[in-house]
Design a protein around this ligand. Structure first.
Ligand SMILES: [Zn+2]
Length: 632
């Protein structure tokens, strides 16, 4: 078949389907949907990793438009994997119905429903990736992750909280599942869940697996909190008493901080697997978290990964229950706006690190060492010369975590970690101005702690944040926040560290925390000296600091280091070369493979090895120690 020129092709589509496909897609309205969805999902085909879906939708009319969820909460962007929906058929009363995809909004399907027909039957598949080359793996031979947004089409024209769904799920025989959904029936490998709104369904993913364990994180509490583990191997499920104690302390420290909970029960859905991609995604009554299988068995080496759980848990308060007004949407196909992600994610990043320290998931020293790495990154980061922090809140909408060659110059998603530094700045300022009487804890309690027990989202604006801060400690918070989020070319916001009683300094050896973190991640981070971070799996440059010494020697991300000063590359050879060049005029000579070319790079750098750490400033109070200490 010959391809038509673009203009002709458009004309041909227009004349054949225009009257059908261009029927308007109704905007969502807050009124009860006059029917329901029965959703039957079969996720038992581990060999093909194909999830088979059958849907019965009642309450349909002649102008039915079905939507595939596009804008996903927690992703803050249009990430719904529409390309993996296949095999769609629609039928009514045993006869096939025509469907046509909308050519403007390709996430919408127009269905020609005959007059008088009120119920349709859908069948389709969700083609979960079969290799990491295609996408993040979700289905393995021992663990699987099912996000309901991938296996549902829903009617346009209604708020998603107004559409009832009864879902059932078939898993491989003998597997167990965890979810915020409540099972009402089990028939063999099929579980049927209590009917919920579409909103709650999509907010309640399922983790399932062959080797599972459930730990009670609040045995004395009135509201159940569990950690549901799903692992590739049974030995990964063994949690030592002191590890369990730290996770239990996390729950109690969060309650002390927020003074509330926003769930009727809560499940940490925790994958300990290399079979499926590890993720961190928040929900009201559960969270998706992933770690390496050795998380518990190699506890001494995994501190770097241990703020993920407190981060996602904090989101039950900050993000799910209280949400920026422009990020809240009535269904999953109305675009989101992300302007306040430096609160939603930034303050969550702050409490995630603080709660990791307060609960004992990290020691105080580990929490300080992580802060040093974050602060140092922003101290050398070039992108702040052109791009305000505020602008980075748009990244989930267009950048969507694609790999990048110049991350520090692009300044991707800095609302997380620079946002965290801004909130440390605010916290220490409140503590200093109030002479220790108040802190950001009081803000968290007042702002996120309202409506105890409710998980009906309450939205907020920038002005609400400013008013709540002023109620804790009167100050010009609007200017404080604007200066830190809207400015360009200012140094990293490190006042919180200084006010917290610490200086950022550089030493010739890394902290134990940074060293272990690099070893575990298989990286050799020399960003703070020669301006490059090396992936130890293949010796390639994972990143090169914009305008840094390696950049000036024409090195780029992806280059593979072969030799250093004539010796085969290994981390020790590079460290020795950096040390040897210190205070001299000798350059560090690298031989690298850059694509199909080989090149010699002479790095003109003479300041020796530099690894960040925090140093106590005895002249000021150790507010940071107070912040990281467990609440009584
Ligand atoms: Zn988050």
């Amino acid at each position: 078949m010959k391809l038509l020129p673009a203009a002709l092709a458009a004309f041909a589509v227009g004349v054949t389907v225009a009257s059908f496909a261009t029927a308007p897609i109704r905007a969502p309205e807050d009124r009860p949907y006059p029917g329901e969805i029965h959703l039957t999902v079969d996720a038992s085909d581990l060999e093909h990793r194909v999830v088979r879906v059958h849907e019965s939708i009642t309450g349909v009319g002649a102008d039915t438009v079905l939507l595939f969820p596009k804008w996903l909460p927690g992703n803050h962007g249009p990430t719904g994997p529409l390309d993996r929906l296949a095999g769609l058929t629609v039928a009514a009363n045993g006869s096939k119905l025509e469907w046509t995809r909308d050519t403007v909004d390709v996430y919408a399907f127009h269905v020609a429903v005959p007059a008088g027909v009120k119920s349709i039957e859908l069948d389709f598949q969700y083609l979960s990736p079969t290799s990491a080359r295609v996408g993040r793996l979700e289905i393995g031979h021992n663990v699987l992750i099912l996000d309901w947004n991938t296996v549902i089409l829903y009617p346009a024209g209604y708020y998603s909280r107004q559409i009832p769904v009864q879902a059932s799920l078939t898993l491989p025989a003998g597997w167990k599942l965890g979810s915020a959904l409540e099972p009402v029936a089990n028939t063999g490998a099929q579980t049927t869940f209590k009917p919920v709104t579409l909103n709650n369904l999509i907010d309640s993913p399922v983790y399932a697996g062959r080797y599972t364990a459930q730990l009670d994180l609040d045995p004395a509490g009135t509201v159940p909190v569990h950690m549901d583990l799903f692992a590739d191997r049974p030995e990964s499920l063994y949690v030592k008493p002191e590890q369990l104690a730290a996770h239990r302390a996390l729950v109690q420290q969060a309650y002390k901080l927020f003074g509330s909970h926003h769930y009727s029960h809560y499940d940490f859905l925790y994958s300990l697997t290399e079979e499926v991609a590890q993720k961190g995604l928040e929900h009201h009554q559960s969270t998706e978290v992933g770690a390496n299988p050795d998380l518990f068995t190699d506890w001494d080496k995994t501190a770097w990964a241990r703020d993920l759980l407190p981060h996602e848990y904090t989101h039950s308060w900050n993000g799910k229950f209280r949400r920026p007004a422009d990020l809240w949407t009535p269904n999953f196909n109305v675009p989101m706006q992300d302007t306040l992600l430096w609160v939603y994610e930034g303050q969550t990043q702050y409490w995630g690190n603080v709660l990791a320290g307060r609960s004992g998931l990290r020691t105080k020293q580990q929490a300080l060492d992580q802060l040093a790495l974050t602060a140092a990154f922003y101290e050398v980061q070039a992108g702040r010369q052109w791009r305000p922090l505020q602008d980075t809140t748009n990244d989930p909408i267009y950048q969507m975590r694609r790999p990048s060659s110049w991350r520090d110059w692009e300044r991707a998603e800095d609302y997380y970690n620079e946002g965290m530094l801004v909130w440390l700045d605010a916290d220490t300022l409140i503590r200093q101005r109030s002479k220790g009487k108040h802190s950001l804890d009081d803000f968290a309690h007042a702002f996120f702690g309202i409506n105890d027990g409710s998980y009906v989202t309450v939205t907020y604006t920038f002005d609400d944040i400013v008013a709540a801060l002023n109620a804790v400690e009167p100050y010009d918070w609007a200017t404080f926040l604007h200066e830190r989020t809207d400015s360009v070319g200012k140094p990293a916001p490190l006042d919180g560290l200084r006010r917290g009683g610490y200086h950022l300094v550089y030493a010739e050896t890394p902290t134990d925390y940074a060293k272990t973190s690099d070893e575990q991640r298989k990286h050799n981070n020399q960003i703070f000296s020669i301006g490059m971070d090396i992936d130890q799996k293949d010796g390639s440059l994972a990143s090169v600091l914009w305008d840094g010494p390696a950049f000036k020697a024409n090195l780029v991300e992806g280059d593979v280091i072969l030799a250093v000063n004539g010796n085969a590359y290994n981390p020790e050879a590079l460290s020795d070369a950096i040390k040897a060049a210190k205070g001299t005029s000798a350059k560090i000579e690298l031989i690298v493979k850059s694509g199909e070319r080989y090149k010699v790079a002479d790095i003109d750098y003479h300041n020796g090895l530099r690894y960040p750490r925090l140093e106590r400033d005895a002249a000021s109070a150790a507010l940071l120690d107070d912040i990281l200490a467990p609440r009584r």
